[in-house]
Design a protein around this ligand. Sequence first.
Ligand code: NAD
Length: 244
Amino acid sequence: MTHFTGKVAVVTGAASGIGRALALELARRGARLAISDVDVAGLAETETMVAQLGAQVRADHLDVSQRELVLAYADDVAEHFGVVHLVFNNAGIAFTGSIEQMSFKDIDRVMDVDFWGVVSGTKAFLPHLIASGDGHVVNISSIFGLFAVPKQSAYNAAKFAVRGFTEALRQEMVNDHRPVKVTCVHPGGIKTNIARNSEQVEGLDHDRLASSFDKLARTSPEKAADVILAGVEKGKARVLIGTD
Ligand code: NAD
């Protein structure tokens, strides 16, 4: 038995990187999974890998920036499994560029996915997590949700916003005696393809960002998933990874 045995866990952005590693590790630890992504091919690969581990899994195309779809998805998942215990709001895109280079469209896209995606996932699943009597919201911010750097203003804004939203949520759950734990995760330097996967942001220099990521990234997504799940198990408010 592990902390996750029999629990129903939702992972957004599960087609690749940290989301895929989380789904696989949760499956190994006995969880049942609802995984989603906009990348249908990558998601199908994750679904197969999770199923090969013997876990119950459903996989859905879901763009987390589509609020109404996220709300309907949450109800559907809750009906499908009968209960939802854990939600990992992980889907995200990267953006690097000066304020002059950024179009409003780019800024909107980063905020829509990286911030509003987290808000929608939280709001949509919260009633189901409360109903489970043992819920947990895990929101993936970034090291850039803790400090600001040049040419990351949109991403910084989204990830600072995730942190503020998540920390307030945690306080609300405690003050209102709700049976829902809340954790904010701040990764940095995880070896994923996020720079190349962020095609939705038109103004992004994907190759330049990818090469800077390749130089700086030191921690594997599998290691990141281990650290996140250890923090979740302990009910930690904040988990930092790859920034040591
Ligand atoms: P990744 O690109 O490997 O995974 C992100 C996944 O999100 C992809 O599968 C992508 O298709 C999906 N996605 C993108 N837009 C989506 C949308 N609108 N709806 C649904 N799915 C969508 O990158 P990753 O590094 O594993 O990123 C996971 C999370 O970790 C992100 O929130 C990211 O900001 C955060 N993060 C990563 C690092 C790092 O060093 N890699 C650092 C800080 C924070």
